[in-house]
Write a new protein. Structure first.
Length: 240
């Protein structure tokens, strides 16, 4: 990825790496705190890789875990590379070796967000709660309802990053839009399993309710998921 297209890289980070003298263990402990999603699911969302599975290098995973925490809470523009390095307790050269640009780190974060949030939190949570395809569709809003009650509710990173970039042609903006499209694919698959009419149009409308609820919850409406669920029942009726 060329420097011209790396919109979010902190150029001050190109200075020679400084050594870390002490405090590394403290930073590692700090970076290990659980997010709202991991607390709700007993650490399953954050620590999804089992000991028997091959893990990335420890430094790379530590960088990604800390970037995940920072980017999901504060967005990608407000977080500089120096803060990621400090939180992860690594040298600059180590970060550059694993993520040559900030765009590369953001793209890895978005991929991780899909794994943790889309697949393991929303999709898995809905399938666990619903006995039928229609029930699983509605259960998405029950999963959201639990999420919206968390004090550290962070909103949808794909929406946030897409709006921050403002450019769907940029790799980061394009990836954000694609991960949102992947959510619609999950909804469309459930609609097909339920035998609903025009599952593609249904998925677009259902996703509109999902995104609207997420934004309204960010405004402080803790009942946004249940309001959206009531409207969702009407949408189901229209597509039966």
């Amino acid at each position: 990825m060329t420097a011209a297209r790396d919109l979010y890289w902190d150029r001050s980070a190109l200075r020679a790496p400084r050594s870390f003298k002490g405090g590394g263990e403290r930073l590692r402990r700090k970076s290990g705190r659980q997010t709202g999603l991991s607390k709700m699911y007993g650490g399953r969302v954050t620590d999804a890789v089992t000991p028997n599975q091959a893990r990335p290098s420890g430094a790379r995973q530590r960088i990604l875990d800390n970037a995940y925490e920072l980017f999901s809470r504060r967005g990608i523009r407000a977080v500089g590379v120096e803060e990621v390095i400090s939180r992860a307790a690594v040298a600059k050269a180590t970060l550059y070796r694993h993520f040559p640009s900030k765009d590369d780190l953001v793209l890895a974060f978005l991929e991780e967000r899909e794994r943790r949030w889309t697949r393991q939190f929303v999709e898995a949570g809905a399938r666990e709660r619903g006995a039928s395809a229609e029930e699983r569709l509605l259960a998405i809003f029950d999963v959201f309802d639990d999420w919206f009650q968390q004090e550290d509710y962070e909103g949808c990173s794909f929406i946030n990053v897409l709006l921050e970039t403002g450019d769907r042609e940029h790799p980061v903006g394009h990836a954000s839009a694609q991960y949102l499209a992947n959510i619609r694919t999950i909804v469309r698959t459930l609609a097909e399993e339920a035998g609903l009419r025009d599952p593609e149009a249904f998925a677009l409308s259902w996703h509109l309710l999902m995104k609207g609820a997420i934004v309204q919850a960010a405004e402080g409406d803790r009942q946004a998921a249940q309001r959206a669920k009531a409207i969702a029942r009407l949408l189901l009726d229209q597509h039966r």
